[in-house]
Write a protein that binds this ligand. Structure first.
Ligand SMILES: [Zn+2]
Length: 167
């Protein structure tokens, strides 16, 4: 699916990311395999990752646009679209992102359902919950299965979380 980013097309006013912005950005992205979705695990707005660039005088930008900027060396002039294999709008894997057109976006809006499911999962597992899960598992207080039941996700997902594969 290709995802709408109305109003987020390049304004030409985006600040250039400095070294500390880049570091903070990549610290917030959970990288998996080269072709997997790399999900942003920090603040979001309207389902998209947001990060503040350039200190106090800077401004906040969406994370997948920043990922595009870092990969290609320029701010995209158009909307940045996610690939059809993305599980969430939080994905920041540069190879899943490309510049697209408004028309493409409208044509593919029907496919947004799968993305919404990925977002619900991401929301369900906020970073605080992930920390709690890891703490409980590390203390030996609960098994994968018990934690899965408690937080309403599969025990496989709990396995991902405690190993740090996902979040
Ligand atoms: Zn992706």
């Amino acid at each position: 699916m290709i995802i709408a980013l109305s109003g987020l097309a390049g304004s030409g006013k985006d600040p250039e990311p400095n070294a500390s912005d880049k570091k903070r950005f990549w610290e917030g992205v959970v990288k998996r395999g080269p072709s997997d979705c790399w999900l942003w695990a920090r603040s979001t707005r309207n389902g998209y990752g947001r990060i503040h660039l350039g200190g106090r005088a800077g401004k906040s930008v969406s994370c997948h646009r920043l990922s595009f900027r870092l990969a290609h060396g320029y701010w995209p002039k158009k909307m940045v679209l996610h690939s059809t294999q993305c599980v969430s709008k939080l994905c920041c894997n540069p190879i899943h992102l490309r510049e697209g057109t408004h028309t493409e976006n409208m044509e593919d809006r029907d496919h947004a359902g799968a993305t919404a499911r990925g977002d619900r999962l991401a929301k369900k597992l906020s970073s605080k919950i992930v920390r709690d899960i890891r703490k409980q598992y590390a203390s030996g207080a609960a098994s994968h299965r018990q934690l899965g039941k408690k937080y309403g996700v599969s025990h496989t997902m709990i396995g991902f979380i405690v190993r740090g594969d996902w979040w």
